[in-house]
Design a protein around this ligand. Structure first.
Ligand SMILES: *Cc1c(COP(=O)(O)O)cnc(C)c1O
Length: 449
């Protein structure tokens, strides 16, 4: 088909009569060009972007890459906005991780294309890494991707056609919406409850389901909330999925990234019925977001996901495979990275969470919500107190302009009246940032009567 139309397009063009082409799509008696009749081919006009491109919107990137957003030149910038733990140099991948890639590079075997779903060794290593008691992962059920966001994109595109929908958390990571809405897949929110450590409001989850719903997306531990769901709560969510026979897309990129006293439970380990595709990767836990290596694990518990597995393989073939260098290293990375490395990272984040929580709790008008894991904290803003700001975005912009502290407005997570801070920065910076936020809030609360 494709070749046919290319060929006929080419031959038509070589024989084209100018007038024919300018007037529209009629070439050699049949319309091969498929352009609107009013398309003026005699001059350059605006070359319009596709609706796919125009409907693609990533609120986080749009906000941080806004050229109008300028800090106070007299104060150093403290960026608490982007979830990249490597920015400040206080958190770095350990020697085992670096050595693994060096070995991979020098082996001279990792320069070429690799299979779209990942190399055999990489799939086996991810399967082993993701297997726990009672949850044995088969390498054949692993598909590697270019980061977890690519994994999520494939999942969203695989479950839904345009006009159908997935249920996503509010507040939630914006990329789910970005992937879906670009192609006309709808997203419907279910709510997380800030008064219950951001647990899912199960009533809102149930009522969001309609006859076009194809999957529920669950993000645990959560960005932006830093919440970690208990086993019991995850079972409640699974029960809703079972009730409506809905598969779950589990965004588990923060797997194991939980504070002391908390336990991470892979969703798939808690059900022997609900089909789950789980997305994760090296990005956050191994502190290498720029290496763009993630994966999907298809937990086809009851055999219902065969077509999805096939679909995901097809979608993985859109690009010519992942990063060969990292695939060559991933077995070593996953097996040799010491637990002490992970523990040290989580400790930095947890200590910062406690510091920031205490500091921000004492500021009238702010209400931080203590996280249990991941790398973030949501902070409520009582805009009644800061009346000059119409919304959280205006609050964050002015905070940046005045104090050079960069926070992500809640609206980027579809959750107004909050902002999110990143907890991976050096300790002094978190303290400095909280001081500046305090100064800012004091000054702007003067309009509060
Ligand atoms: C960072 C993040 C991702 C994406 O990770 P990449 O591997 O960099 O694509 C996915 N989901 C959540 C919730 C994240 O915070």
């Amino acid at each position: 088909m494709w070749q046919d139309s290319m060929a006929s397009g080419r031959s038509s063009r070589s024989k084209k009569s100018h007038d024919c082409l300018f007037d529209g799509a009629l070439v050699n008696g049949h319309s091969t060009l498929n352009v609107p009749n009013n398309y003026d081919r005699r001059q350059w006009t605006d070359i319009d972007a596709s609706s796919f491109a125009k409907n693609t919107f990533n609120p986080i990137r749009t906000f941080v890459e806004d050229p109008d957003l300028q800090p106070n030149p007299e104060k150093n910038v403290i960026s608490l906005s982007i979830g990249d733990p490597t920015i400040f140099g206080n958190l770095e991948p350990c020697k085992e991780i670096i050595d693994a890639v060096q070995t991979s590079l020098k082996s001279m075997k990792c320069h070429g294309y690799i299979p779209s779903v990942g190399t055999r060794d990489a799939r086996r290593a991810v399967a082993r890494y993701s297997s726990i008691n009672g949850l044995e992962v088969d390498p054949a059920d692993v598909i590697l991707s270019c980061g977890a966001s690519h994994a999520l994109e494939m999942c969203v595109l695989c479950f839904c056609d345009p006009g159908e929908n997935i249920l996503i958390p509010r507040p939630g990571f914006s990329v789910y919406k970005t992937h879906a809405e670009a192609v006309g897949i709808e997203t419907k929110f279910y709510d997380l409850d800030p008064t219950k450590s951001w647990q899912v409001d199960l009533h809102s989850l149930r009522s969001a389901v309609d006859n076009k719903t194809r999957a529920i997306l669950v993000n645990n531990p959560s960005n932006p909330c830093g919440s970690v769901f208990s086993k019991e709560h995850l079972r409640d969510i699974l029960e809703v999925a079972r009730e409506f026979r809905l598969p779950i897309i589990a965004d588990e990129i923060y797997e194991h990234f939980v504070f002391s006293g908390q336990t991470y439970h892979p969703l798939a380990s808690l059900t022997n019925e609900v089909p789950i595709v789980s997305c994760s990767g090296l990005t956050k836990r191994f502190l290498v977001p720029g290496w763009r290596t993630g994966w999907i694990i298809v937990h086809d518990i009851n055999g219902a996901l065969k077509p999805i597995k096939k679909g995901l393989v097809a979608l993985s073939q859109k690009i010519m495979g992942g990063n060969a260098l990292i695939h060559g290293a991933i077995e070593s990375i996953l097996e040799k990275t010491p637990q002490a490395f992970f523990d040290a990272t989580v400790k930095v984040v947890e200590d910062n969470a406690v510091l920031a929580f205490n500091a921000l709790s004492s500021i009238p008008g702010l209400k931080p919500i203590m996280p249990q894991g991941a790398m973030y904290m949501m902070v409520g803003v009582d805009l009644e107190r800061f009346k000059e700001f119409p919304d959280d975005t205006a609050f964050c912009k002015e905070l940046f302009r005045q104090e050079s502290v960069f926070c992500m407005p809640g609206m980027a997570f579809s959750y107004p009246n909050y902002f999110r801070i990143v907890l991976t920065v050096p300790r002094e910076m978190i303290l400095d940032a909280c001081d500046r936020v305090s100064t800012f809030c004091e000054e702007h609360a003067k309009y509060f009567s």
